[in-house]
Write a protein that binds this ligand. Structure first.
Ligand SMILES: Cc1cc2nc3c(=O)[nH]c(=O)nc-3n(C[C@H](O)[C@H](O)[C@H](O)COP(=O)(O)OP(=O)(O)OC[C@H]3O[C@@H](n4cnc5c(N)ncnc54)[C@H](O)[C@@H]3O)c2cc1C
Length: 646
């Protein structure tokens, strides 16, 4: 089926508190908008509605659009890159993919137009949801010429990518589990070329934890050359309020942290935020029609940079599954595997982020500034004896206690001649030498995360390995081809371009533009038979598959291999030869911890759906049928009937 125009992203520029109520039956309605106009909507039912145009919602839009047979999008390399810049780039990318960025005001307003799809509705807020067996109806509010308006949008699937405070999650009544309100902070986004130059010359770096007797804060250098920074400051409401962080006060705080006045501080934005470590109890509900992803599904401390990255992995996991359901090649039950696969990763990354956050806090704790003590003191002022004091006295008390705390950092105490200072400094050195503070590199977790159950065929049905726990130590990524793992990377050369020096990654063999499986085999007879069977089954199941014949380094020279004959009449195959980094580096199959008699089936999201370590025993056609029906969540008998009926 065609899947043209199925994305909606909402964003709102002027957010109002959603006025909603949840009915006990789980059927959700909005309270009457007595003061708002309801626009008639001529829209038909859209395939997918994404609520939330943050990085996760936008990436899901890009991925789904690519599965809509649009042009290829280049891969993005790893970088330290501000999230707001990434969001802008993603919006630009979606514009290039034919999306229209619409506001409720002005010529792009679509208030009276039926939605065709491929619109990002800025300034629109999802305020209620009705779920029926046929579709999900979202009520969206926006303001136009000072008036509050609403419209209804129907879709088969609604994806909630509406962030940590997710309205949709609350509307469908999904609870979060974990630790909430770990710390409140104020985030100050500012520019200063003066500071940028100073740090470039004196202390180039990305992250600065600053503790001195005057002030405490964490400075993130987004771009030293451009002088762009974000400062995180602990925030203790209600004794402190946002007025205590006016641009002028923030400037003074920055000077105290840096230790001198800067000539050109320009404060752009000041926002409070709360740190939680929580995962939604369910990611999918309403008969697989409502799906949570990104911060809507999990929110954790930003220690280690897992938040958005985990959300983008969610989008990657989800996009091919949604596209497969909409194309009618997979059962809607495949959407439930999104939760089976992604929830354990979210739980793991939450635990890892808490561990990393606590490791980072070991530094101030060693200096006599234990944040848990500060939080306990704050609790006593809020709820204990301090709460009976007038608010001005509470504030003065808090300021006084923090000032005493910061005095621990004075040169008088923190020096080698002072026994207390010297012992603290020694402990600090130990923390850094042992690498026990904040860690920023997580190769094993970034690349080695693995789905144990879901839209995949495990090696053995009986043994599902126990989920791992974070160790708190840096672990290297060890490539492997266990089902559920990410396809290992190796450089290969396409044999039809053998004269060229150009190499690609095995990851590039997975199509980024359509829902296509990839079967990697060695050039051996039994594997060619398996490839034939895979093509046949894929055709019956109406899924696309490409076969990659991976030749060992050194075997093929100028001669074109015989795959063409052995794979005929099927045409969607590619011959590649491995390009080893050095003569003694591991071959492809050894890297995958397999033999060349094996085969690897890769999903459209680059995770391994199935592999056979030795060659397939028995009938390859039956084997491939079992494999595809398991992955797609369909009974082979039904598919066979459908195919015969057509
Ligand atoms: C200080 C800090 C540092 C961080 N550093 C990192 C890092 O280094 N690496 C990393 O990976 N992550 C980091 N994170 C986490 C990262 O910012 C989040 O995980 C990420 O923003 C989540 O993206 P999202 O799209 O799920 O949600 P959001 O970015 O919150 O986007 C949600 C979108 O939905 C919209 N929305 C909300 N409600 C509605 C509604 N009812 N209707 C319509 N639209 C709605 C919002 O306006 C917003 O546009 C950090 C977070 C913080 C606070």
């Amino acid at each position: 089926m065609g899947v043209s125009g199925f994305i909606r992203g909402f964003n709102f520029l002027h957010r109002t508190k959603p006025r909603i109520s949840v009915y006990p039956s789980g059927y959700i309605q909005r309270r009457a908008f007595s003061d708002s106009k309801l626009l008639d909507s001529n829209d038909s039912v859209l395939p997918v509605l994404i609520v939330g145009a943050g990085p996760v919602g936008l990436v899901l839009s890009v991925l789904l659009s690519k599965f809509d047979f649009e042009k290829v999008v280049s891969p993005i390399s790893v970088a330290h890159f501000s999230q707001y810049k990434l969001t802008r780039l993603l919006v630009k990318l979606l514009e290039n993919l034919g999306f229209c960025i619409c506001t409720s005001e002005g010529p792009e307003s679509l208030d009276h137009e039926p939605l065709k799809g491929r619109e990002i509705l800025m300034g629109h807020e999802c305020v209620s949801i009705d779920i029926t067996d046929q579709c999900v109806t979202a009520t969206v509010s926006f303001s136009k010429e000072g008036e509050s308006m609403t419209r209804k949008i129907q879709s088969k699937i609604l994806v909630a990518a509406d962030g940590a405070g997710s309205t949709v999650r609350k509307l469908v009544g999904i609870d979060l589990k974990g630790e909430n309100d770990l710390q409140k902070l104020v985030s100050v986004h500012f520019l200063s070329n003066d500071l940028g130059r100073y740090l470039l010359n004196e202390r180039p770096g990305m992250l600065f934890f600053i503790f001195n007797a005057e002030a405490i804060g964490v400075l993130v250098a987004h771009d030293l050359k451009q002088g762009e920074f974000v400062l995180q400051i602990p925030f203790y409401p209600p004794q402190q309020s946002l007025e205590d962080f006016s641009p002028e006060i923030c400037k003074k705080l920055i000077f105290k942290l840096v230790g001198r006045e800067l000539s050109d501080v320009n404060v752009i934005d000041i926002k409070p935020w709360v740190m939680h470590a929580e995962v939604a109890e369910r990611f999918v509900c309403g008969n697989n029609q409502i799906i949570l992803c990104g911060d809507a599904a999990h929110r954790f401390p930003p220690a280690g940079g897992f938040g958005m990255n985990t959300g983008i992995q969610d989008a990657h996991n989800l996009a091919w599954k949604i596209a497969s359901v909409l194309k009618g090649v997979a059962s809607s039950s495949i959407l439930a595997t999104y939760e089976t696969e992604r929830k354990p990763i979210a739980i793991f990354n939450t635990a890892l982020s808490i561990q990393n956050f606590r490791a980072a806090m070991a530094v101030p704790a060693t200096l006599g500034l234990d944040p848990t003590i500060a939080n306990s003191v704050h609790q006593v002022i809020n709820k204990g004896v301090g709460s009976i004091l007038p608010s001005s006295m509470q504030k003065a008390l808090l300021d006084g206690i923090f000032s005493i705390g910061r005095s621990q950092l004075s040169e008088f105490i923190l020096n080698e001649n002072n026994p207390l200072g010297s012992s603290r400094l020694a402990k600090l050195r130990h923390i850094f030498e042992e690498g026990k503070s904040l860690q920023l590199q997580f190769p094993a977790e970034d690349l080695g995360f693995r789905y144990l159950e879901g839209a995949l065929v495990p090696d053995s049905k009986d043994v599902v390995p126990a989920p791992q726990l974070p160790t708190g130590r840096r672990r290297d990524y060890v490539p492997c081809a266990d089902p559920g793992s990410r396809l290992p990377h190796m450089n290969v050369r396409v044999l039809s371009k053998f004269q060229s020096e150009e190499t690609i990654s095995t990851l590039d063999l997975v199509s980024g533009d359509k829902v296509e499986f990839l079967l990697i085999i060695a050039p051996v007879e039994k594997s060619y038979n398996l490839a034939q069977a895979a093509f046949k089954v894929a055709k019956e199941y109406k899924v696309s598959i490409k076969v990659c014949v991976l030749w060992p380094a050194g075997i093929v020279t100028r001669f074109q291999p015989e795959s063409k004959v052995t794979v005929a009449p099927w045409k969607n195959f590619i011959n590649v030869i491995e390009v080893k980094r050095s003569a003694d580096s591991l071959s492809w199959w050894k890297t995958c911890q397999m033999t060349e008699l094996g085969a690897i089936l890769v999903r459209p999201d680059e995770h391994i759906a199935w592999r056979s370590k030795p060659s397939v025993i028995g009938d390859p056609y039956s084997k491939m049928k079992m494999v595809f029906s398991t992955i797609l969540g369909i009974e082979s008998i039904n598919i066979r009937n459908n195919v015969l009926n057509i």
